[in-house]
Design a protein around this ligand. Structure first.
Ligand code: GYE
Length: 310
């Protein structure tokens, strides 16, 4: 690891590893907590001289430019949280040609690129979707005309694709009769979640719709505002599932505005440092390392709220 990039190195300048991290953006409380977890873990780790952090602002081109710059700087390893699943083959090949190992953090890439990274550390998004689906299937088992609205995450992102797939797979497996009234993206942000929910309300109204499935907390919280502004009661007139489990999400649960929370744990910084150092030193971990998480219904919101870290 030859180069000392003059950063905030705690290794005395160049005697530890230099890592480049291309982060998705800062779209959610989850993401902010994840960036902090990774940055704190790198700073506290004597094996790491510097973590070069780049905020991709939810823009794949920015992320690709950051990865190319990490390759030019000959970092020891590159960590990418890819905003979407496709479009990575060229830059991953460039990293591979330069002999720089790539670890994916959080989100994944399409299966065709599997040989171009060493491992992915993150959540099992399909399992998260399935948990949401299990709850919905049980809760609305006897609802005669079960109608669903879905606020999907960033189009083409692994969590949006897999949270959708897992959810509907369970409903189909269990033979639940439902209508997906509408499914549109809210790009994982509160602002866009609210705007998309307003469009749903204008287009379909909310009468007779039992469930809103939001792929993350922020979109669910934005939707809650839109529902309230339309004169309806979120959590009662329409039940709501969110994914992440931030403080704000649990507070909405305590307030009766959210009915089910699937946890997604962003605090894997230390685990990521262990994986990255192992990979730099020649280890070959499993292709996927899951982060541990749980699910929460109304009777657990209040007790769990103080435990929330983000
Ligand atoms: O659920 C959402 C964030 O990729 C798992 O990204 C992550 C998702 C998370 O914007 O809040």
């Amino acid at each position: 690891c030859g180069e000392d990039s003059g950063g905030d190195g705690n290794g005395g300048g160049g005697d530890g590893y230099v890592i480049g991290f291309s982060q998705v953006g800062a779209e959610s409380a989850w993401r902010t907590a994840n960036s902090k977890s990774v940055q704190d873990a790198a700073a506290a780790d004597d094996r790491i001289t510097e973590l070069k952090f780049d905020d991709g602002q939810q823009d794949q081109e920015k992320q690709i430019a950051a990865v190319r710059s990490f390759i030019n700087q000959a970092v020891d390893a590159i960590v990418i949280a890819p905003v979407v699943e496709t479009g990575w083959t060229d830059v991953l090949t460039e990293a591979s040609d330069a002999g720089i190992p790539v670890v994916l953090a959080d989100r994944g890439v399409e299966a065709a690129d599997e040989d171009l990274y060493v491992t992915r550390l993150g959540s099992d998004f399909e399992a998260e979707g399935r948990s949401a689906g299990e709850w919905a299937a049980t809760t609305f088992a006897t609802t005669p005309d079960f109608k669903i609205l879905e606020l999907t995450g960033t189009t083409g992102s692994a969590p949006a694709n897999d949270r959708k797939a897992g959810f509907f797979a369970v409903l189909d497996e269990k033979g639940v009769a439902y209508t997906l009234v509408d499914s549109q993206t809210g790009n994982f942000t509160a602002e866009e979640g609210k705007a998309t929910m307003e469009t749903f309300i204008t287009t379909h109204g909310l009468d007779g719709i039992q469930l809103l499935y939001a792929h993350n907390d922020e979109m669910g919280l934005g939707a809650i505002q839109a529902i309230e502004e339309s004169g309806k009661a979120p959590g009662t007139d329409i039940q709501i599932i969110i994914v992440d489990g931030s403080k704000a999400g649990f507070q909405a649960g305590v307030d009766g505005k959210v009915n089910y929370i699937v946890e997604c744990n962003p605090a894997f910084g230390e685990q990521l440092m262990d994986v990255v150092v192992d990979v730099i030193e020649g280890g070959s971990p499993e292709k996927f390392t899951p982060v541990e998480e749980g699910v929460f219904g109304p009777d657990q919101f209040e007790a769990e709220l103080p435990n929330r870290q983000f």
